[in-house]
Structures are given as structure tokens and as C-alpha cells.
Design a binder for this molecule. Structure first.
Ligand SMILES: NC(=O)c1ccc[n+]([C@@H]2O[C@H](COP(=O)([O-])OP(=O)(O)OC[C@H]3O[C@@H](n4cnc5c(N)ncnc54)[C@H](OP(=O)(O)O)[C@@H]3O)[C@@H](O)[C@H]2O)c1
Length: 295
């Protein structure tokens, strides 16, 4: 039987790029790989990938080229010697970056005749290829439709956000915003527990339940934000502010550093100063939306 699978080229074999290439190889796709440090290709070649030592050959090998380098700048730098090969091919970038970076990348790629999509992998390398793994894309819809089955190899939850090419980067930023604050909160909790001689793992199940509670509030908070009505709160700005009053005492007693709370307390205080004390905690967005005033 004829093989209808589109040959794929994967540029960039760091942790994520290697996982992407492995998924294509495992799914039986003809996979060409290239990496600046060529030695990283060897394990993939052992599994069935083809290594192109020249980037020009890597691009020429497939109608679909996926890059996974650290930044858009690094991507352009790597692709520069192969611009003549880009015309007519689908190019998809899967690095983290800003919306403006995505627009510049798109202008560069389409300027060289490529059909361009930007995307984001919303998970860790170990999750690549699983049915629930989310990847989203933005840009040329026809390119997405043509390659969607191939892209699903990387994750079952494959979404096209829209034709504005910077949407994937925008959602990447927006959705990713919870990561560091949530993890720092977890680390503070772990500091409290371990300072008492207990193991961090004893709090994991409870923290997961806590995160599920937070998750359950998101649709409601989003509705408040979208409607601009903060007058039916399940928790107010004032309640959260009162909760921060014992921070210094907790920090001193447990001998942990709680200075990272200060910007959050500042935010709550500014919201209160603007009359949001009795409004829903989602009213913080009204403060966040105002750019910082420089004196
Ligand atoms: N790892 C994750 O958990 C994860 C999750 C989601 C999204 N991502 C995103 O995926 C992208 C790649 O992440 P990663 O974890 O795979 O990074 P990584 O392991 O640090 O690999 C970086 C890759 O970029 C290449 N590179 C960097 N600058 C280059 C240049 N100027 N020219 C050519 N190649 C260059 C490196 O080549 P050399 O091997 O030659 O150095 C390597 O292949 C990032 O944007 C990251 O934010 C990663």
C-alpha cells in the first residue's frame, strides 16, 4: 500500500526537538533531522531518522519543516544558509517567543516563499505524542489543514487558534503566566513543610486538590473579567488582602523568605485604593491593565 505520510524535517534536537523527532519516527514518518551540534542526531538515526549534515539538504528533504530551537532569532540564524530551499514548503516554528517575534518570523519566512505557521508545545518533552498533549498553532489555515494529521502525531490536542500568526505566541504567554507564580507558591509550601522536618511529597496530594479548586474557579473569574462585573464575588480583594497580614509573622516563625509576596501585596493595595476592596479578586485585572506610571 502507498505511504501517504508526509516526509518531515525536524530542525533543532534539544530536549523538545528530540522528543518531536522521536514521535515522528515512532509513527513511521520519513524523518530528516538536523542540529547545529551534529552528534545529537546519532540516537535518532539509530531509531530510523535520516541525518542531514547540511541544513540545505535537511530543508530540501521534506515539504514540511518543523523547527524547535531556543528562539526565533536562533531559528533564522540556523535557516539563513537554506533560504533558497524554503520556497513552497510549509515551515512551522515551535519555540517559545513573543507575539512580535512571531510576526517578524512570519514576515521573514513568507518573504522567502515559505507557507508559515507558528506553534507552541504546551507540555514537557515526555508528553509529546500523547493523546491529551496540547499544541496550538496560528497562521496560514490552509497549511494547518493540509498537515493537521501529521501534526497530531505530536499531540492529540492539536488546535488552530486563528489566522493571525502571533496568536500562538500570545496564548503561550497568556496561559504560561500562571506557571512561575504557581510553582513559587508550591516551593514556599515545601519550605514550610521541610523546615518542620517533613517531606515535600507529603503535601503533593493536598496541593493537587487545591489546584483543582483553583481550576474550578477559572470559568467564573473569566466571566467576571469578560463582563467587567465584579460585584458578585465569591472572594473579595479585601479578603485576600487580610490574608496577607500574617505573612511576615509566618515567614519569621518558619524561618523562610517571604519577600516575593511584596509585589502581590502592592497589587492588592492599589486595587483597594481604587475602590475594589469589596469587589471580586478578579478586579485585580483593572490594576494590571494599567501600565506602570513612570515618575
Ligand atoms: N523542554 C521543554 O520542556 C519545553 C517545553 C515547551 C516548550 N519548549 C520550547 O522549545 C524550544 C526548545 O527547547 P529545548 O528544551 O529543546 O531547548 P534545548 O534543549 O536548550 O535545545 C535548544 C536547541 O536550539 C539549538 N540552537 C540554539 N541556538 C542556535 C543557533 N543560533 N543556531 C542553531 N541552533 C541553535 C540548539 O542547538 P545545539 O544542540 O547545537 O546547542 C538545540 O538544538 C524553546 O523555545 C522552549 O521554550 C521547551
Amino acid at each position: 500500500m502507498a505511504d501517504h505520510r508526509t516526509p518531515v524535517t525536524l530542525i533543532g534536537l534539544g530536549s523538545m526537538g528530540t522528543a518531536l523527532a522521536e514521535a515522528f519516527v515512532a509513527a513511521g514518518y520519513s524523518t530528516t533531522v538536523w542540529n547545529r551540534s551534529a552528534e545529537k542526531a546519532a540516537p535518532l538515526v539509530a531509531k530510523g531518522a535520516v541525518h542531514a549534515s547540511a541544513i540545505e539538504d535537511a530543508i530540501a528533504a521534506s515539504p514540511l519543516v518543523i523547527t524547535c530551537l531556543t528562539t526565533y532569532e536562533a531559528t533564522r540564524e540556523a535557516l539563513e544558509p537554506a533560504v533558497a530551499q524554503l520556497a513552497g514548503r510549509a515551515l512551522i516554528t515551535l519555540n517559545t517567543g513573543s507575539p512580535i517575534g512571531a510576526r517578524e518570523m512570519s514576515d521573514w519566512a513568507t518573504g522567502h516563499g515559505a507557507r508559515f505557521l507558528d506553534g507552541a508545545v504546551k507540555n514537557v518533552p515526555q508528553a509529546v505524542g500523547l493523546p491529551d498533549t496540547l499544541l496550538y498553532y496560528s497562521g496560514d489555515r490552509a497549511t494547518f489543514d493540509e498537515h493537521v494529521e501529521t501534526l497530531r502525531v505530536l499531540g492529540g490536542d492539536t488546535v488552530h487558534l486563528g489566522t493571525d500568526v502571533d496568536l500562538a505566541a500570545l496564548y503561550e504567554l497568556a496561559v504560561g503566566g500562571t506557571l512561575l507564580p504557581a510553582l513559587i507558591g508550591f516551593f514556599q509550601g515545601a519550605a514550610l513543610i521541610t523546615q518542620r522536618g517533613l517531606e515535600a511529597k507529603t503535601m503533593v496530594d493536598y496541593t493537587v486538590k487545591w489546584l483543582e479548586m483553583i481550576q474550578s474557579t477559572l470559568p467564573l473569574l473569566a466571566e467576571e473579567i469578560d463582563s467587567g462585573d465584579y460585584t458578585k464575588p465569591f472572594a473579595t480583594v479585601g479578603t485576600f488582602y487580610e490574608g496577607t497580614r500574617s505573612d511576615a509573622q509566618v515567614g519569621a516563625e518558619a524561618k523562610i523568605d517571604v519577600r516575593w509576596h511584596k509585589p502581590m501585596v502592592d497589587l492588592l493595595e492599589r486595587a483597594i485604593a481604587e475602590g475594589h476592596r469589596d469587589h471580586s479578586i478578579s478586579a485585580l485585572i483593572e490594576v494590571i491593565r494599567k501600565p506602570e506610571q513612570t515618575a
